[in-house]
Unconditional design. Structure first.
Length: 207
């Protein structure tokens, strides 16, 4: 289990109520539902039905509808847990002052986070066509990733340029997925492949 996966597990544990009583029991039931949804997604059920979520959580369908009036409400809670888990990783201070080294650090972090959140990103990619929240959330995530990249890159190769866009694609989740899952590279091989790809793009500036 990598750092991001551990962080997600810790974030889920933190959601569990620490006291007893009616409110705590209600929160416990709500947490079970979210845990069930996330477990099903990780297990390969990328668009779990309400019935499957209820079965996995050990609750009745009425309990799910009592806590969540729509699927998007569940996705919002999952997103909050994921953000809580991976935000400290992607926003940690960089160790180097050189932008090229910082770019390599960013690649390492993105690959690390992708290892943990891949099932959820793949799941929501399929579901966002029917979800206003997921569409808006994807746009926010995309813009945030661009901003973090532009905060490192020199102005001449920001993501508004052809070179910057190439770097943006090379460091994207979709590139990670192609290398890691479609090409069956190991986690470390994927990091090195992305670094090499970005290095080749930057080298083209000198041509």
């Amino acid at each position: 289990m990598n750092q991001a996966s551990i962080a997600i597990s810790d974030a889920l544990k933190a959601e569990a109520p620490q006291s007893d009583g009616r409110h705590a029991r209600s929160q416990a039931s709500r947490s079970k539902i979210i845990q069930a949804l996330m477990d099903l997604i990780v297990a390969g059920d990328l668009n779990p039905s309400t019935a499957n979520i209820a079965k996995q959580a050990g609750v009745g369908l009425r309990s799910i509808f009592r806590h969540f009036d729509e699927k998007d409400a569940m996705y919002r809670e999952v997103d909050a847990i994921l953000v809580k888990a991976y935000k400290p990783i992607v926003e940690a201070p960089y160790k180097s002052d050189r932008w090229q080294d910082r770019l390599n650090e960013l690649i390492e972090r993105r690959c690390e986070v992708s290892e943990g959140i891949a099932p959820y990103r793949i799941s929501t990619a399929a579901a966002r066509q029917k979800s206003k929240f997921l569409k808006e959330n994807y746009r926010r995530l995309h813009e945030a990733e661009k901003q973090r990249l532009n905060a490192i890159l020199p102005d001449r190769i920001h993501t508004e340029t052809a070179i910057g866009r190439a770097i943006m694609v090379a460091t994207s989740f979709d590139t990670w997925r192609l290398l890691r899952q479609d090409e069956n590279l190991s986690a470390s091989e994927t990091v090195e492949a992305v670094k090499q790809l970005v290095a080749d793009i930057i080298e083209s500036l000198a041509d």
